[in-house]
Structure formats: C-alpha cells, structure tokens
Design a protein around this ligand. Structure first.
Ligand SMILES: [Zn+2]
Length: 473
C-alpha cells in the first residue's frame, strides 16, 4: 500500500515538470533527465539510511577527533558502495579543540546551575575557575558605553535576541575580544538560536590576537534572560565559571572526494559538497551530515537514473568547516591548477528543511558582495543568474524554483573567491536554527521526504550544470 501511494506521488510530481511555453527551451531539453532523477531520488532511502548510520555508528565528530577519522573512513566506504569512482582522501591539518569539564552557577542573588557550552577555540579558565560579577549588555554599543569602568574584572553577558543567524552570530564570534578590550575576565553569549529547551548552542569564536584571550561560553536563552531580569531589578549578579578545554593544533584530517567521471568532457567539473566535521554535541545530523548525504545522494540518483553526464560530477565531504575552514582553504590550494575547469561549486549546509531553490554566488555579487564589484562583473553575474533561472521550471514540482544571488557555503568560499561560480542550496531554515550546534541536532529530526526532495533538487541541478551548453561564469 505504501509503495503504491509512493508511486502515485512520484508520478504526479513528474507530471508537474512543465514544458515551458515561454523562452525556456534550455529547460525543456532536460525534462526527461530531470524526471528520471526525481523518480530515483524519491524511490531511494539509501542516503537517509546512510545518514542514520553516520549519526548512530559514529555520532558527533569535531575536527581532529578520532570520531572524525572514523567518519572519514566510513565516507570512503560509503562513496564506493554508492558507485562513485576515484574515491580518495586529501590530507588537511586541522585544530583539535577538546572540550573538558564545564561548570557554571550563579552565587548571587541566588544559586542557579547554568547550562553552558564553551565556545569552540575558547581558552580554558584558570584552574579552579573564575568567580566574578556579571554585567549584562544587549549590544556592542551598550558595552562601549560602559567602557573599562563598567566592565573591568567582570564577566560580560551578551543577552542579544536572535534576529537571524547572520545578524546575531557576531556576538558569539568577536564578543570575547570586544569584552577583553575593556578588561573583562570572561564573556558569555546568549545562544545564537531561535529556540531553547535548556539547550545551549555552541559555535566558534575568533580572538583578536592583539588582545588578551578570555574564556567564553554560550548560555541558554532561559539562563540569559533570567540574568537580564536580575540586572533590571538592580540585583547584583555574581557567578562561578569553570572550563577545562584544550586546543591541540595541526592534527591530521582529510577531505573525502569521489566522482562520476564525465563521459564527454571529464576535465570540467561540477562540485557537490557538505562538511563532514560537526560540533562535539548531538549527532551533527542537520549540520552537516545531511548536507554531505544530500550531495552524495544526488550523485547516486544520477547514476541510478542511468544518466552519463558529459562533465565530471565530483562529491566532496569537507573537513573542519566549524572552526577554521581548513578543509575549504586546503581544497582551493591543492586544486589551484584546475580551478579554471570548475563549472560550479555547490554546497548544502543549512540543514534538511524543505528545499526552496538555489543561490548563486558569483563575481562578488553573492556571499562576498562588496561595493568594489565593477559594473562589468555585476552584468556578468546577472547573466549567470538569468541562465540559472532558465532551469527553474525543472524544479517547480519540488517547490524549489527560487533562484537568487546570495551565499554559497563556507567550505566552497575560498574556491568561489577565486572566481568559481558558487551555488548554495536554499532551505526553509525555520527549524534549523532551533537545534543548530546543540545536543538536539540528532537524526530523529531528519524528515525523509524532505531529504529526498533535497537530493532530487541537487541531482537535477548537478546534471544540468554537467550538461548545459554555456557556463555561469
Ligand atoms: Zn555547517
């Protein structure tokens, strides 16, 4: 019965791929192939099951850890099992930030245990921890107004409500150094996430090398807003913080690479990617085990469809996206000579929400948008976007036809900065930011049909990029 319902669903979705009545001839050429990829994606549970294996058999996998090594070995095996060729690893050195014991509680006005997660790359507290007054701020402006007089010797808490990841994450990334500038002894950040069930959201920080390095941790929305209320009542907040983490530099790691060699022009490459490393809590299911498996699943859907793309489709599972981007930088450096042959570098790294479309990151008009983009580059980027948009009808049955300028991904970023067209997969991220970088990022929250649709969209896009006449450049 279930199989029959599925068959009807697949058939109805395939029928929805329209023959464009307007000037979208290019899309019509790909209609039969797109229908096959869509069917193969919706009928296969392989990528979903494999992600379950990665989550349950390996679990979370921070850069440099033994678990990430296990995941890399698993990825090599899995890419081969899926029928990819030239499967290999490419060595990269990464930092290993190792979490130790973490404890925090308020001592005034009342003892409350606080749920914290140290921020990746943070220094530890001195042995025995830090006990100090807490000063709550809602912005960097408030911090600057307090200055050294209000901050020195204290723990700064940034209680900043989530206003979108891009808008809020700066407090996590540079908050420690901004507070250290005024003599703070530690900093805390309200978790950069849209929801909390006592789940702190970790993530990396970046120190200003010219300033003292102070320990920094994420607190939950519950605890952060409680301390804000205490401050508003004029109560003196004092707390104790202990963090025993350590940083081990230059640990061996690797990007994992596999290919469908091109049948006509194998030197030209379409890259599909995600990152295999994760934070050291939860299972790294949405961030970004699923991005890896969407990319691999898309390649497998092309193979399962019996299609033989002209250009090479290359799948890359990057290492060390979370705290250094050494996988992405290392890939750019190792492949410098062939970057001119990269037709596009696509990355899926915003979870498994319903796929909405793709964002093009080209000639500085996307992720690295700057005022210095020349009118000529802008025009070329617009032309690339128009070409991408001409394939939108193929993605309409998946409700994934939205094409816009925007970000691609952290891992492909260094490559994209060399002029390679970057493409990001756009998802509905409503529920992603609820569990991002928390222990709640686990496999049970992966919705299989959403994942299959993601795979179909990426598979169709990859096939078009590997077959189309022009390029996005
Ligand atoms: Zn990620």
């Amino acid at each position: 019965m279930r199989a029959m319902i599925k068959a009807v669903l697949v058939a109805s979705l395939i029928q929805m791929i329209p023959f464009a009545a307007t000037a979208q001839e290019s899309a019509d050429r790909f209609r039969p192939a797109a229908a096959r990829i869509l069917g193969a994606s919706l009928q296969s549970s392989t990528a979903y099951d494999q992600l379950g294996e990665l989550c349950d058999q390996v679990g979370n996998r921070i850069s440099g850890s033994e678990r990430l090594d296990q995941a890399i070995a698993w990825a090599v095996k899995t890419m081969k099992a899926d029928g990819l060729q030239n499967v290999h690893t490419e060595k990269i050195l990464v930092p290993y930030w190792k979490r130790g014991v973490e404890k925090a509680w308020t001592t005034s006005p009342q003892r409350h245990e606080l749920s914290i997660l140290g921020l990746g790359m943070s220094v530890p507290t001195p042995t025995g921890g830090i006990t100090a007054d807490v000063v709550v701020v809602g912005s960097f402006d408030e911090l600057d107004k307090l200055g050294e007089a209000g901050v020195k010797g204290k723990i700064v808490l940034y209680d900043v409500p989530f206003a979108g990841y891009g808008k809020t994450v700066g407090y996590r990334v540079v908050g420690a150094s901004r507070a250290a500038k005024y003599g703070a002894v530690a900093s805390l950040v309200r978790s950069v996430g849209s929801l909390s069930f006592d789940t702190p959201h970790t993530g990396t920080l970046a120190y200003d090398e010219k300033l003292p390095k102070i320990p920094s941790a994420a607190v939950t929305i519950e605890n952060s807003t409680m301390m804000r209320r205490m401050a508003q009542r004029g109560e003196r907040i004092k707390m104790h913080l202990e963090m025993e983490n350590e940083l081990i530099p230059n640990q061996p790691s690797a990007n994992v690479v596999g290919e469908i060699p091109g049948s006509g022009n194998p030197k030209e490459v379409v890259l599909l990617s995600g990152h295999l490393d994760s934070w050291d809590v939860g299972q790294g299911a949405q961030d970004d085990g699923v991005g890896c498996m969407i990319s691999l699943g898309a390649a497998k859907a092309i193979l399962d469809s019996g299609l033989k793309p002209k250009r090479t489709v290359r799948v890359v599972f990057f290492t060390n996206e979370e705290n250094g981007d050494f996988g992405g930088k290392g890939y750019r450096d190792a492949h410098k000579a062939e970057l001119g042959n990269l037709v596009a570098a696509l990355e899926s790294d915003s979870g498994n929400g319903p796929v909405k479309g793709f964002s093009l990151d080209l000639h500085g008009e996307g992720r690295n948008k700057t005022s210095t983009t020349s009118p000529e580059e802008k025009a070329r980027a617009e032309k690339g976007l128009a070409l991408l948009k001409s394939f939108s009808p193929l993605l309409e049955p998946l409700d994934a036809a939205k094409m816009e300028m925007g970000g691609s991904g952290t891992d492909v970023g260094p490559t994209v900065n060399e002029g390679v067209p970057g493409i990001g997969v756009s998802h509905d991220t409503t529920h992603y930011w609820e569990i991002h970088h928390t222990k709640a990022d686990t496999f049970d929250k992966i919705i299989k049909l959403d994942m299959q649709k993601n795979i179909a969209a990426v598979g169709i896009m990859a096939y078009v990029l590997a077959e189309m006449e022009g390029t996005l450049r």
